[in-house]
Design a protein around this ligand. Structure first.
Ligand code: SAH
Ligand code: SF4
Length: 397
């Protein structure tokens, strides 16, 4: 079968010939892939449902295991498609139970290893949060963030974003049938707070989160998914309308002068514009508050005047405030505020009516805490990745 399928953007290894990866296709695209593969029209809906269930509800990775399909169909699908996930390169376990995986994505060029990203699992009382990445590296250069020192290599595909959850469930034994009852999952929440700026990879993040929240698959509700942005103002309204997850804003500074230095994107979208976009975030309410993240940097943004200004700026916005002790990384130009300073800052915020837990850093010993993620992958020159423009992404079945 040699029909072409318009899902090239979904394929990381688009330059590679071979089987098409079905991970990360929306239901519609999955149906389209099956139709182009040659399944009769009347079967598409049912087969899409069966595959969806096998991939996302059961976590199956091999078509041969999908016994709801006939043996013949399993073999044919297996020859044309894969559901390959990112590969675990290393796993590290923190003394506090946090686990960090270095994951290798599909290669962009034959003979070259695929780029790498990190994902982190943080178990807590009664819940477990998976922190996932949206990009390899980041185009933004927040001065307190380790990822910001790694140039953008590429966006993750929707399949690679969903794949991080699948891999975590594999590693944790978190699929149905693993002994626990069905609503007793280990990964209960997702935060898009790993490597990269999710609103700079909008379509893939949106499709991935739709898949993650699909009730017949992974079933994690959008209320349990938080997307964190450094403040890409023009995309915030779309995020509310098209993604509908909880929103977190990396604020970190209360004057443009300070925030310009910490989050250079502030020069493009200053605080007033950012907060206006938050006020207008579709679906925001007291029951669905926006989280404002504020990293505590000694002598930079941690004075009592800063705390008071923070409260003033956020008045009228349904907000939560997360004070994050700065997590150092090799060569980082800042220090974490003293504990007493953080407590005084938190007092001002609490007295203003915000229950603002100071987020205890998790997984610091394995460099898995907020802002410590980075992989060794560097951007190969385009000429190394694609021999000719004709090799660039285009997928045929
Ligand atoms: N790019 C997005 C999401 C990834 S960063 C964003 O910036 O929001 C996830 C969170 O970790 C952000 O709030 C970020 O500001 C914070 N962070 C980055 N570096 C940190 C560090 N060294 N210590 C503590 N938090 C950090
Ligand atoms: Fe990128 Fe977020 Fe790090 Fe800023 S804080 S460099 S936006 S990952």
């Amino acid at each position: 079968m040699a029909t072409s399928l318009d899902i090239a953007h979904k394929q990381a290894a688009a330059a590679l010939p071979g089987r098409v990866n079905l991970l990360g296709l929306t239901r519609e695209e999955l149906g389209q892939a099956l139709a182009e593969f040659g399944l009769p029209k009347r079967e598409i809906r049912m087969r899409t449902g069966q595959l969806w269930n096998a991939i996302y509800n059961r976590g199956q990775t091999d078509f041969a295991e999908m016994t709801t399909l006939s043996k013949e169909l399993r073999a044919k699908l297996g020859a044309a498609f894969t559901v390959a996930r990112p590969e675990i390169v290393t796993e590290q376990k923190s003394v506090d139970g946090t686990r960090k995986w270095l994951l290798r994505l599909a290669s962009d060029k034959p003979g070259m290893p695929g780029p790498e990203v990190e994902a982190v699992y943080i178990p807590e009382e009664g819940r477990g949060t998976l922190c996932i990445s949206s990009q390899v590296g980041c185009t933004l250069t927040c001065t307190f963030c380790h990822t910001g020192t790694q140039k953008l290599v590429r966006n993750l595909t929707a399949g690679e974003i969903v794949g991080q959850l699948l891999v975590a469930r594999d590693a944790l034994g978190d699929w149905p049938g693993s002994g626990r009852n069905s609503d007793d999952r280990l990964v209960t929440n997702i935060v898009m707070m790993g490597m990269g700026e999710p609103l700079y990879n909008f379509d893939n993040v949106r499709d991935a989160l739709d898949i993650v929240s699909d009730g017949e698959g992974l079933s994690l509700s959008k209320r349990r998914i938080t997307l964190s942005t450094s403040g890409v103002v023009p995309m915030i309204e779309r995020a509310g309308n098209e993604i509908g997850s909880m929103l977190a804003i990396s604020l970190h500074g209360v004057t443009d002068e300070v925030r310009d230095k910490l989050v250079p994107l502030n020069k493009k979208y200053p605080i007033a514009e950012l907060l206006e976009a938050c006020r207008n975030y579709p679906g925001v309410s007291n029951a669905r508050r926006i989280t404002f993240e504020y990293v505590m940097l000694k002598g930079v943004n941690d004075s009592l005047a800063d705390a008071k200004e923070l409260v003033r700026l956020l008045s009228g916005i349904p907000a939560k405030i997360n004070l994050i002790p700065f997590n150092p990384w090799p060569g980082s130009p800042y220090e974490c505020s003293d504990w007493a300073t953080i407590e005084k800052f938190a007092d001002v915020v609490n007295r203003a009516g915000y229950a603002s837990p100071v987020r205890t850093p998790r997984g610091r010993d394995i460099m898995a805490a907020c802002g410590q993620l980075k992989s060794e992958t560097v951007k190969a020159r385009a000429s190394e990745r694609f021999k000719t423009p004709a090799d660039a992404p285009a997928q045929t079945l």
